[in-house]
Ligand binder design. Structure first.
Ligand SMILES: Cc1cc2nc3c(=O)[nH]c(=O)nc-3n(C[C@H](O)[C@H](O)[C@H](O)COP(=O)(O)O)c2cc1C
Length: 238
């Protein structure tokens, strides 16, 4: 693979939020996991462990747990200024939560053994949670890129403390193991739009921080509002 092929993969990978029910070949999942295994990690601690969930009943229970969290998110979003809400929550209370991943044939849970933080020489001066979380974010990115390279859609689903508490007993996760995120994987059920990215010149500084590029609070607020608008097509309601 040359750099242009790599850039093409990096640019065209998209978050998918609706999936076809068609099964994904096991060999694709194995290759995705193989890519995940090769991620970088501080002190090479490799905190990650993966739970591959294909069983329909388990997936149903997980979707149900996500819906339960969705009720809480709905309540929080409903009490927020309307423009700041994610567009799918603007019509609250009419729009019920509905986990888009419910049709995905595979749910991949990315877990991390918190004890691996001890492997880092910096662990005494570091917030230990960070290193585990950073390491796990790395392996997660590998998974998404590998899924895209296999022609599959994937979604980075944040596992909140609320969702984690519901999911742990379903999956039998031991105490020292954190659940960082969940990745539904499947064939895309819609064509995704090109995602927005800030221009390179806005985010790159040479030699030292260029203060002319520092965004005012107003500019930051406008930016966030713009993101809310742009997220309309990426969270299809049906
Ligand atoms: C730390 C992190 C958490 C995310 N959490 C979610 C999530 O809970 N649900 C979701 O649909 N997408 C989630 N995403 C995906 C982002 O929304 C997505 O990457 C971003 O909007 C850019 O779109 P793209 O992935 O199609 O380029 C998350 C991404 C990251 C890196």
């Amino acid at each position: 693979m040359n750099i242009d092929e790599f850039l093409e993969l990096a640019r065209t990978r998209r978050s998918m939020r609706r999936f076809k029910t068609d099964p994904v070949p096991d060999e694709c999942i194995e290759k995705i996991l193989e890519a995940a295994r090769w991620a970088m990690s501080g002190a090479n601690a490799q905190p990650w462990e993966f739970i591959v969930v294909k069983d329909p009943e388990t997936r149903r229970r997980i979707a149900e747990a996500k819906d339960e969290q969705g009720q809480m998110v709905s309540a929080l979003e409903a009490t927020r200024v309307k423009e700041m809400r994610q567009p799918r929550y603007r019509g609250l209370p009419e729009i019920p939560p509905d986990p888009g991943f419910k049709d995905a044939p595979v749910l991949l849970f990315v877990c991390a053994d918190a004890r691996t933080a001890q492997a880092s020489v910096l662990s005494q001066i570091y917030d230990r949670r960070w290193i585990v979380d950073e390491n796990t974010a790395n392996t997660t990115t590998m998974i998404h890129l590998a899924a895209a390279a296999c022609g599959l859609g994937s979604q980075w689903v944040t596992v909140s403390a609320y969702f984690e508490a519901l999911v742990r007993p379903i999956l039998g996760i031991p105490p020292a193991m954190k659940v960082l995120n969940m990745i539904p994987i499947g064939y895309p059920a819609y064509e995704s739009k090109t995602a927005y990215r800030r221009e390179l010149k806005e985010m790159v500084h040479y030699e030292k921080y260029d203060e002319t590029k520092y965004r005012s609070n107003q500019e930051m607020q406008d930016f966030i509002l713009q993101l809310r608008e742009l997220s309309k097509p990426v969270y299809p309601l049906k």
